[in-house]
Design a binder for this molecule. Structure first.
Ligand code: ACM
Length: 269
């Protein structure tokens, strides 16, 4: 499976410029037909909203004749590659706005996942997702999707992996320093591939505390190997190949298995 991860540097609110930037970055990829492209959380709108009105103004419908430009871009990209595209956008839904990720396959919308665990000020502009967690059938095996802060709740990746996910696409806008290392555990404890597309740059808007995004987009193997990691401060594109079937075995040592040895009878859920 050939994957492309895009780490971009969006300017808040400049959707067309941000899409053009991502498009230009993608035009430099070596593989014209990657099986999966992962874009960052809110990759075309920017992240630091300052009001509900702003979130509404930049939100997009995912389907229908008035679907928005970010959604249209992902759809066209997946038609061009013939593969999967996962990327974040502010989604307009029943008068509310969610922090969402769309999944496209070969030009068709497969699903929209609304972030369940909103981070910090996001709680002021976005409505949390109501679930279910996002598991998508793909030709390469089941794919889980989670968005940024969802990673801190180990139950998300665990539930996806127990439901069969062999890899997780993870659009992010990481600002806290421990995300890249923390995700190594999510990969190892579940014996799955994880792919985080983060962003870089700084936003300081509306009198809110500045946010500096820490880059380090990465692809991790089920044994926690860093197959690729982007720089902290500059936009970058990662191209990685892996065999998702490796994630079918949950063996840690010859007599230890990360799934068979679980003791849910002892856990507080
Ligand atoms: C985050 O969830 N964007 C930190």
């Amino acid at each position: 499976m050939n994957v492309v991860i895009v780490q971009n540097d969006p300017a808040f609110g400049d959707v067309s410029r941000n899409i053009e930037d991502v498009s230009l970055m993608l035009s430099k990829r070596k593989d014209p037909k990657p099986d999966l492209v992962v874009l960052s959380e809110l990759f075309a709108s920017g992240y630091q909203f300052t009001s509900v009105a702003e979130a509404h103004a930049l939100s997009e419908k995912a389907v229908g004749p008035d679907a928005g430009p970010t959604v249209a871009f992902m759809k066209a990209l997946s038609r061009e590659t013939g593969g999967l595209v996962v990327g974040g956008f502010p989604c307009q839904k029943n008068g509310r706005v969610t922090n969402a990720a769309a999944v496209f396959r070969n030009g068709e919308l497969v699903t929209v996942y609304d972030k369940v665990h909103l981070f910090d000020a996001e709680n002021r502009w976005f409505s949390p997702g109501e679930g279910p967690l996002c598991l998508v059938d793909t030709p390469f095996g089941p794919m889980g999707v989670m968005i940024c802060f969802d990673w801190l709740f180990p139950e998300v990746a665990r539930s996806l992996a127990l439901s069969g996910a062999m890899f997780i696409a993870h659009p992010a806008n990481w600002v806290l320093p421990f995300g890249p290392s923390g995700m190594i555990l999510r990969s190892v404890e579940n014996r799955i591939f994880t792919m985080t597309a983060n962003r870089v740059g700084t936003e300081e808007r509306g009198g809110l505390a500045p946010l500096t995004y820490i880059g380090q987009s990465q692809v991790l193997s089920p044994s926690g190997e860093i197959l690729a990691r982007a720089p902290r401060e500059t936009a970058a594109i990662l191209e990685v190949s892996f065999d998702p079937a490796v994630a079918k075995t949950k063996t840690v040592a010859s007599e230890s298995d990360a799934f068979r040895q679980r003791r849910p009878d002892l856990y507080h859920l």
